[in-house]
Design a protein around this ligand. Structure first.
Ligand code: UD1
Length: 417
């Protein structure tokens, strides 16, 4: 396990290339199970969660050829073995394998997934969808068995627009008999990317990106070539890093539309953005000032940006309130930020952040992926040295973060302990 040592940094300057989206590549890798032909996936960030998903596919018998930033997956020889728990518990996205295996083999046995400790994170909505499509569900000793003699299209209403449930149900439905409608479904850009991938395989999906997706079942899916969309959360994290250091950077490989919920809030705080010929420029438009922010499903402000945004708020003038509505336990970074001198008070699912003139480096711990990113951001502006431990959380979701930040002038190094 390594640590990051970070010193207060001068304003970040330069260009930074954003990697493919972690939350797109994970379901898309799971979807390769749906065909016995090869799938060629480009702009793959080989970060820890992606490696875990590849190991999960490998444990089923998939052949995987990795290149610099692409992967060819071939699931022609896979079988529906029970997935190894030591891999399943590492990432919540492991549960996304359930839909494709069920569609291809008619039965799947899988343990309750793991992932970041940010809430209870049940899978009831995934199971509700499978069950409405005619699957039988048994749960014994932590293992869920889902089986069917043949999935049938169904009308499925999600009580909450869950990203994972929308993806899992979509993947199960592409080869079901008849038509499936998922309403009140998630509309995140990663849903659209998965639908595009599935359609390139021969699926018939319409409406992805709206709150109602229609899937007409088809008998067989083929291999295809696909490029993963840029990671909007990675991009948002570097935008905030630029803002807190009063820097001026250009982010390449971004889709401005996907970043709107974040760029709009940053503008209110005086962190400005403008589209350039090769990406988005981020720069400081004046003194940072505090705002209120409420996390919501897309196109609302992303819960995955909440912790990093809070870091920026800790050194912005005035008081702002962060209201977390998506996960029930996503304030673990608050204690660590306060140890660095921030002034944050918690009241149930809200955090009241009063900006301070300066924060100070100390020893802190990454408690989950985005909380870890928030600590890096704070460390860039804090006086003195910050030592961040448990950085494996950060490496689950950020590709070569220390290299990318160093390249634009951050004073960050990784040490092994
Ligand atoms: C995905 C993202 C994660 C992001 C989250 C919300 C991936 C790999 N991860 O996670 O980074 O933070 O979307 O944008 O794409 N819920 C239920 N029952 C269910 C499913 C979800 O109650 O069956 C609840 C969850 O507990 C949570 C909320 O719905 O409170 C949102 O979860 P969901 O959208 O499913 O997130 P994930 O797909 O797990």
């Amino acid at each position: 396990m390594g640590k990051f040592i970070i010193e207060k940094s001068s304003p970040l300057r330069g260009r930074i290339k954003i990697s493919g989206a972690k939350n797109s590549v994970l379901p898309i890798l799971a979807a390769t199970i749906l065909t016995d032909k090869s799938c060629d996936i480009n702009e793959v960030p080989f970060l820890k969660d992606v490696e875990t998903m590849l190991e999960l596919l490998n444990s089923l018998g998939a052949e995987i050829i990795k290149n610099k930033d692409s992967v060819i997956v071939s699931c022609n020889k896979i079988s529906n073995k029970e997935l190894p728990y030591d891999l399943v518990k590492k990432i919540r996205a492991s549960f996304l394998i359930a839909g494709p295996v069920l569609a291809r083999f008619g039965i799947v046995r899988i343990q309750m997934p793991g992932g970041c400790p940010i809430g209870v994170r049940p899978v009831d909505l995934h199971l509700k969808g499978f069950s409405l499509m005619g699957a039988k569900i048994k749960q014994e000793h932590g293992v869920i068995e889902i089986s069917t003699k043949g999935l049938k299209g169904a009308d499925i209403y999600l009580d909450f627009p869950s990203v994972g449930a929308t993806e899992n149900i979509m993947m199960a439905a592409v080869m079901a008999k008849g038509v499936t409608n998922i309403s009140n479904c998630a509309v995140e850009p990663e849903i659209v990317d998965l639908a595009q991938f599935l359609n390139q395989m021969g699926a018939k999906i319409t409406g992805a990106g709206s709150d109602n997706i229609k899937i007409i079942g088809t008998d067989i899916l083929n291999g295809c070539k696909h490029t993963i969309i840029p990671d909007r959360i990675e991009a948002g994290t570097y935008m905030i890093a630029a803002g807190i250091t009063k820097g001026d950077i250009i982010m390449q490989n971004v889709i401005p539309e996907h970043l709107k919920p974040v760029t709009a809030k940053l503008k209110e705080m005086n962190v400005m953005t403008e589209e350039t010929s090769d990406g988005i420029r981020v720069y400081c438009g004046g003194n940072l000032k505090n705002v209120d922010v409420k996390t919501m499903p897309f196109p609302g402000f992303p819960t995955d940006m909440q912790a990093q945004f809070m870091s920026l708020m800790t050194v912005s003038k005035g008081t702002g309130i962060v209201n977390e509505t998506v996960f029930e336990n996503r304030f673990m970074h608050v204690g660590e930020l306060n140890r660095m001198g921030a002034d944050i008070k918690l009241e149930s699912n809200s955090a009241i952040v009063t900006g301070v003139k300066k924060t100070m480096g100390t020893k802190v711990k990454a408690t989950d992926l985005r909380a870890g990113a928030a600590l890096i951001i704070s460390a860039l502006a804090a006086e003195g040295e910050t030592e961040i431990s448990d950085i494996y959380h950060i490496e689950r979701g950020y590709y070569k973060i220390e290299e990318k930040l160093s390249k634009i002038g951050a004073n960050i190094k990784k040490i092994e302990d």
